[in-house]
Design a protein around this ligand. Structure first.
Ligand code: AMP
Length: 337
């Protein structure tokens, strides 16, 4: 039987430009689902062959029948879970690249931690209650709001003072690790059972990455100045080569563990968010089980993908290639779970 003509669709935000460019490079037509008013980049960069406009991202499930009729394969990115919630994403009927069952594990900080710990990775300490804070702690609020309002506390008293404006919010208290935050982009193929390092980035966050631009003397004059972690953009980075063997093993370990937690496990793109200390310890504070925006600087490929591929291979293109290979070998079901 002839294969239907599949199209690649995603929400117009986050890493959609990259996903669409990669889809075009592999010969797919593309559909952008945009919130009204955010269509322009997808037209300007010839990214979308078709645009479906919706009033709110929450309306995505309402247009999925249109996508199903067009044989669309939806590529999830950060905006899906953030704007729709993982339960809504889990209910989608349209073809979806990836394993939806893994979303629960990355969306809940406690489950995520269990996943990382059981994979044998080093994670920052977690304080059960403010009275347990015995070193510098980062107070993180639940729900992805991009680090808005996070603050540091050195003990219970400091915490009680700083939590006042956020009294009703749910939070976690994590040991603050001083080191270089490094975000490692992986791709695991469920067709070949191989892991690849696609690239790495450092996030640029406001205002924490700007504090070093004013001296401590001036910082002291601003008693209400607290660091915040609102992401502004991503900067490419290449890690010291001797770290690579450990980073590869870490990626493999989370995939292996995911196969126990949510069969058939994690596949496609994912990211480990880490901090590397001067003692060369690698702490993992988060995992994203999908394409991350830190891959966007590598639309033309990264130094790592340049080693492996003879064409510019972004993570977006790698996804399209995986889908193409799955179609060619009659294994499409294996990549749509
Ligand atoms: P998250 O919401 O967990 O992605 O964290 C947002 C930002 O806070 C990260 O990009 C880091 O810059 C910082 N951060 C998070 N957790 C820690 C930690 N345990 N130690 C140091 N910095 C952290």
């Amino acid at each position: 039987m002839a294969q239907p003509k599949y199209r690649i669709a995603t929400i117009g935000s986050h890493s959609a430009l990259q996903v669409f460019k990669g889809a075009h490079d592999e010969g797919f037509e593309t559909i952008a689902v945009c919130k009204k008013g955010s269509e322009r980049p997808y037209k300007m960069f010839n990214a979308a062959d078709e645009i479906i406009s919706i009033n709110s991202y929450k309306d995505f499930p309402k247009i999925q029948n249109q996508l199903i009729k067009k044989n669309a394969i939806v590529i999830p990115h950060g905006s899906f879970v953030t704007y729709m919630g993982y339960e809504e994403v889990e209910k989608l009927k349209v073809n979806y690249f990836g394993n939806k069952k893994i979303l629960k594990w990355e969306s809940d900080r406690n489950l995520e931690r269990q996943w990382l710990v059981n994979s044998g990775l080093k994670v920052p300490l977690l304080f059960k209650s403010p009275k347990d804070i015995d070193r510098l702690a980062i107070v993180k609020f639940m729900g992805a709001e991009g680090g808005r309002g996070y603050f540091l506390a050195k003990d219970e008293k400091d915490f009680n003072k700083k939590i006042k404006p956020y009294k009703l919010r749910k939070y976690v208290l994590q040991e603050y690790i001083i080191g270089v935050p490094l975000f490692i982009h992986y791709f695991y193929s469920s067709l070949t059972n191989e892991i690849e390092i696609m690239g790495m980035d450092i996030r640029y966050e406001s205002n924490v990455d700007s504090l070093g631009r004013i001296t401590a003397r001036d910082q002291i004059l601003l008693p209400k100045l607290d660091p915040s972690y609102v992401i502004v953009g991503n900067i490419p980075v290449v890690v010291r080569e001797s770290f690579l063997p450990r980073l590869i093993e870490m990626g493999e370990a989370v995939v292996k563990q995911s196969q126990k937690l949510a069969p058939p496990g994690l596949f496609g793109p994912f990211c480990l968010e880490t901090i590397l200390t001067p003692e060369e310890e690698i702490y993992v504070f988060e995992i994203s089980a999908r394409i991350v925006a830190g891959t966007n600087p590598y639309i033309e490929g990264s130094p790592y993908t340049a080693l492996k591929y003879n064409v510019p291979m972004s993570t977006g293109r790698r996804i399209a290639l995986e889908i193409k290979n799955a179609i060619k070998t009659n294994q499409l079901k294996k990549v749509l779970c």
